[in-house]
Design a protein around this ligand. Structure first.
Ligand SMILES: Nc1ncnc2c1ncn2[C@@H]1O[C@H](COP(=O)(O)OP(=O)(O)OP(=O)(O)O)[C@@H](O)[C@H]1O
Length: 284
């Protein structure tokens, strides 16, 4: 059965009005970030991300996509503005920070695997850091490897894997803690197109199955339209949001979506938005 992004939000337990709207999982209000050297990486970024959203941040180099992701992850502070987690109860907030740090995972562009450790050990790392023994973690590690189709490579070492397989290990490592929010910073940018398409499909299947919220940074119009139910287009210097595009095409999206008129229409819209964003971006 095909589901629209709105149906998905209903299925996630939202109140249904004339327009079903999920409560924000994370809400940025007028977030600005100025680095010590005076660079204004973000100015007045306001954004509500709903539970179950697949949101892409799309924009030219230097528009603050990674900075925004790092602030959401708690890896960097905003200079001003606020970050709130409206649906988070204090009971859920094991971190005591007011945010769901325990429920966030980050996937970077580079797989950043430990070369001396097996695939199993790499995926086990976040659970080891939480104090779980190898034995206690085994089932979760193998589940995460199975999700990305690498259970038979548990004993292999990173040098024995292709680029796509390394990225799968990196994704398994992010999934092993069962996060509610997955932050992905250009995870497939370094991969060839066929591998990238395959991982796009795998990621979408996992997202649909497990109901995570994903914030995905990309430079690619095509990737953002294929994956997302919402595209946030940003401009640079200062980094800011210039357009918020709802991609109202049903999931599951399979290969035929890539050649559909709907896909082409959204690609044209996102591409125009990106060109406008580049025109209003100050040169580096
Ligand atoms: N630690 C830092 N110190 C000073 N300036 C920084 C720092 N980190 C990022 N910047 C600057 O902030 C701006 C936004 O950077 P950011 O990495 O968030 O952009 P981006 O949109 O993710 O870029 P890209 O697509 O090239 O990765 C850039 O001008 C960058 O040079």
């Amino acid at each position: 059965m095909k589901t629209s992004p709105t149906d998905r939000n209903d299925a996630l337990g939202q109140a249904t009005g004339t327009v079903a709207k999920a409560p924000a999982l994370v809400s940025l209000k007028n977030v600005s970030k100025t680095f010590a050297n005076g660079t204004v990486a973000l100015r007045d970024m306001s954004l509500d991300i709903s539970r179950g959203d697949f949101v892409s941040l799309l924009g030219p180099s230097g528009c603050g996509k990674s900075t925004a992701l790092r602030i959401i992850a708690g890896l960097g502070d905003a200079s001003s503005g606020s970050l709130a987690w409206p649906v988070r109860s204090p009971v859920d907030d094991k971190s005591g920070t007011g945010g769901p740090n325990q429920d966030i995972s980050f996937v970077f562009q580079e797989p950043t695997l430990m070369p001396w450790a097996s695939v199993f050990s790499n995926v086990y790392l976040p659970l080891r850091l939480k104090g779980l023994s190898r034995t206690a973690a085994r089932e979760d590690v193998m589940d995460a490897l199975q999700m990305v189709g690498l259970e038979s490579s548990a004993g292999s070492y990173p040098r024995e894997l292709s680029g796509g397989m390394k990225m799968r290990v990196s994704i398994a490592r992010a999934l092993v803690t069962k996060p509610k929010l997955l932050l992905m910073d250009e995870p497939f940018a370094a991969l060839d197109e066929i591998t990238r398409f395959k991982l796009n499909n795998d990621l979408l299947h996992l997202w649909e199955k497990f109901g995570w919220t994903v914030i995905f940074v990309t430079h690619s119009v095509f990737e953002s339209v294929y994956l997302s139910n919402r595209i946030i287009v940003m401009a640079a210097r200062p980094g800011r949001v210039v357009q918020d595009i709802a991609v109202d095409a049903p999931y599951p999206r399979e290969e035929e979506f890539r050649t559909s008129d709907t896909y082409n229409d959204y690609c044209r819209q996102a591409s125009q938005a990106l060109h406008s964003a580049m025109e209003v971006s100050e040169p580096a």
